[in-house]
Design a binder for this molecule. Structure first.
Ligand code: SF4
Length: 246
């Protein structure tokens, strides 16, 4: 992607700051309602992993406008249970605009011919299988909704309600939600759980990079558990991707 102009980047950061201030103290639903119906009408989408907590935002968005695009990055490495759960939620919530985005076969063939790049260079694997397809899917949007929360990782402690990343704004309506808030919302709206949650999978990504966690572990301890990696790359600004041997 071409370098985003510095002045445009600063302008976007100012806008993110202004929106964060304007919506401070409002509920997640109020923030989403304003973002979907007013600030970014027709230009906003939800990027969802259909993981352990995803049903909350999917339900909120469906209640506001089921035609809001929901982007699912199908890396071809998901657990079959995630695909099954995606289909269950889409049907239950009446979501009408699911966009299943896949990697470019030529890109996968070039960078991951044996399918085991996640073991040797997970940053590049995420770049090919998630980031590049996502950037293409976001082309017609100006803002995307994420389920990130403060406290999930050290990098997320100072998360703001609105953030600028590349040429997009991101909104994090659940930034202050904890596990009890999530559990209460599931119960109040009779939302089905991800089938793997009962087996100890509390944060669920691709199968090769996710394991179940013990009760005393952080929910995200099961993601890229054998490496320093904590983010898949879609939330990294100007992230550097290193190819083998580079
Ligand atoms: S989470 Fe793992 S398998 Fe999925 S794209 Fe990233 S490195 Fe590859």
């Amino acid at each position: 992607m071409a370098a985003f102009e510095t002045s445009a980047r600063l302008e976007l950061q100012d806008r993110a700051h202004g929106l964060s201030n304007r919506y401070e103290g409002q509920s997640a639903q109020e923030v989403l309602e304003s973002a979907i119906r007013q600030d970014f009408a027709g230009k906003i989408g939800l990027v969802s992993s259909f993981g352990a907590e995803s049903a909350v935002l999917l339900h909120m968005v469906a209640m506001i406008d089921p035609y809001v695009p929901v982007i699912f990055l199908d890396t071809w490495k998901h657990f079959p249970e995630t695909i099954e759960y995606r289909d269950t939620l889409v049907a239950k919530l009446g979501l009408c605009n699911i966009q299943v985005v896949t990697p470019r076969p030529a890109g996968v063939a070039a960078d991951d011919p044996d399918g085991d790049l996640s073991k040797t260079n997970p940053d590049l694997c995420c770049h090919v299988r998630k980031t590049l397809p996502m950037l293409a899917a976001l082309r017609s949007l100006s803002c995307w909704i994420t389920g990130r929360k403060r406290g999930q990782t050290a990098d997320r402690d100072d998360l703001a309600l609105f953030e600028a990343q590349d040429r997009w704004l991101k909104v994090n309506p659940l930034l202050d939600w904890g596990r009890d808030d999530i559990a209460s919302y599931f119960k109040a709206h009779d939302l089905p759980e991800h089938p793997l949650k009962a087996q100890g999978y509390l944060s669920i990504g691709c199968a090769p990079c996710t394991r179940a966690v013990r009760p005393d572990e952080d929910p995200r301890a099961g993601r890229w558990a054998d490496s320093e990696k904590s983010e898949c790359g879609i939330h990294i600004v100007d992230g550097k991707i290193v190819r083998q041997g580079a």
